[in-house]
Design a protein around this ligand. Structure first.
Ligand SMILES: [Mg+2]
Ligand SMILES: [Zn+2]
Length: 160
């Protein structure tokens, strides 16, 4: 099974207005992302989200805020025929506590790759920051680093 691992903030949703997106009211899908996800599903990729949410450790919002938001986002996507297979969240922040999962560490990716028997050679991380690329490299998959909050279909064209 091949997979696309999406970073969340800046890639799926616009984070130019909300640095700590944790409520559906703060959520705006970036242009083209729904169409991109549809295209990737049609090409046989499973879709995952892999996100650092250090705001949990910093007390900006709770784990259950994130669970609730992700349920609402997944429901909105489901209405468009898009299934997100799983979401991995690192709730830690290095100012509060160190962990093994926060990107650029590869643990969230490695767990999903193992759990869903993902073929690393055919899979990609799509992110908007250096740490997304580093996590992908360490996990043994390719990455595509895209500009924040933009329609990135042009950059992904070669795997669509
Ligand atoms: Mg990001
Ligand atoms: Zn962590």
């Amino acid at each position: 099974m091949k997979a696309i691992f999406f970073d969340r903030d800046g890639v799926i949703n616009d984070n130019s207005q909300h640095y700590y997106t944790h409520k559906i009211e703060q959520w705006t899908f970036n242009p083209g992302i729904i169409e991109l996800m549809s295209g990737l599903l049609n090409k046989g990729y499973k879709l995952f989200i892999v996100t650092n949410q250090g705001g949990v450790a910093r007390g900006k919002y709770s784990k259950s805020d994130i669970v609730q938001l992700h349920l609402q986002v997944c429901n909105a996507l489901k209405e468009k025929g898009i299934i997100i297979t799983d979401i991995a969240v690192c709730p830690h922040h290095p100012l509060i506590e160190n962990c093994l999962c926060r990107k650029p560490q590869p643990l969230m990716l490695e767990k999903l790759i193992a759990r869903y028997h993902i073929d690393k050679a055919q899979s990609y991380m799509i992110g908007d920051s250096k740490s997304d690329g580093e996590a992908a490299t360490q996990a043994g998959i390719k990455s595509i680093i895209v500009p924040k909050n933009k329609d990135v279909r042009q950059q992904i064209n070669h795997i669509l």
